[in-house]
Design a binder for this molecule. Sequence first.
Ligand code: G3H
Length: 488
Amino acid sequence: MFDEIKLNKEYKYFDGCRWVHSAEYRKIEIKNPVDDSVVGCIQNCTGDEIIRVVETLKEGQKRWASKTIDERATILDKAADIIESQVDFIGNILCREIAKPLNDAKEEILRSAQITRFTSHSVRTIEGQYLQSGVFYNTKNNKQCLVKREPLGIVLAISPFNYPVNLSCSKIAPALASGNAVILKPPLEGAISAFHLVQCFLEAGVPGGVIATVTGESKKIGDILVPHEDISCISFTGSTSTGEIIARKAGIKKLLFELGGNGTAIILDDCDLEKTINDVIPGAFSYSGQRCTAIKRLLVQDKIAGRAIALMKKKIEKLSVGSPLKNNDITPLVGLHHAEFVENLINGAKRGGAKIITGGRRKGNLIEPTLIDKVDPGMSIANVEQFGPVLPVIRFKKIDEAIEITNTTKYGLQSCVFTQDIDKAFYIAERILTGTMNINCAPSRGPDTFPFLGVKKSGIGVQGIKDSILEMTREKVIVIKTSKNLSK
Ligand code: G3H
């Protein structure tokens, strides 16, 4: 099933109709973050090739949009089955490409199948509206208004390295379901797994001219596609700085962005500490902290700080460290530059007077799971999106102090509070500037049926299965004037 997408170790790009090689002879190597071995090479698309992809999809999208919702949804159902049947195969490639623990990598593929299946279900339930005149001043009962939803056109889907399959799928599925064509620009690390996902959609019957992949130099691709007038929507997950560049270049088109996060967990002294820490540890350390919803700052109320730190130290020291193929909890970060960045943040915190409770060292691109106490809210480690297996602890006394510290970050994706007092939980939830506030659970994008959004520098628009369909369609209003006043 995947024979066409590569020749030996060289993966092609899908130009809208076929998997092909780029005319550019220089290819890009994708290396395993664990041992630097080459997983495969991908194409470095030329400017002309990228422009031709848009032209192909412009025509194909019209044919795709004219299909019935049932026809498109049925193809998505088939795609979901195919993706599910390839969990092991694609999961294995994903594990080698981005060093995600094997079981988590397989879970990512399964979740993608479920997103596709549920998108098919959701698109069938999208409803229009009927309105009538005569409710506003100076109007008669002679106008009827129908509101339906239409696809936007071509969606440019730009996905990140940490969920290259799932976050490609959560863009492709709603785009296709609602009649759009999609150009996928996958991340470099994870591109090969994403190609396999695309092939699953093609195998399910997505026709030519509806989906394409482009790979190569991000800046070149962005310069061509982002401002292109035939691109109607950009669905991007990635850093705030890249999001800002895209937004400046895009011009007038729909932007759907999930950007950085710097999630805060607030632990009040009345919480069930054991249960809380059981949520906080995976919330901070799963996939070695390389999740935009990961807990990046832990605010602990003074009275329980000593106990909380002792408990976390014990649990963190039990996390296994090593190969993703063996399902270790902590695996090498996706790149050396990235690990060095995290190491610098740890060292900066140390120099500023914070105390390393456990971990703190780097070996190659592997960072030990690290707990740091006595972090000052002004330190870089507490303010930038560090994307590593590091949990900085900030102690606080009063609830309002915790709210103030949480709100100092430029991000606003998700945060959480742990307490047994529902009044305190609501008091805090209503005052934190965030897309989602979790009470007694760690931040998370899923379940994917929930709306997922960021405020401040964390995003624009709302994702989630139904929300993404709504964002990738627009309302079309049809007004009918009747010659007779319709009131009886
Ligand atoms: O990294 C960003 C992802 O959207 C986070 O998803 O909460 O399922 O890990 P997650």
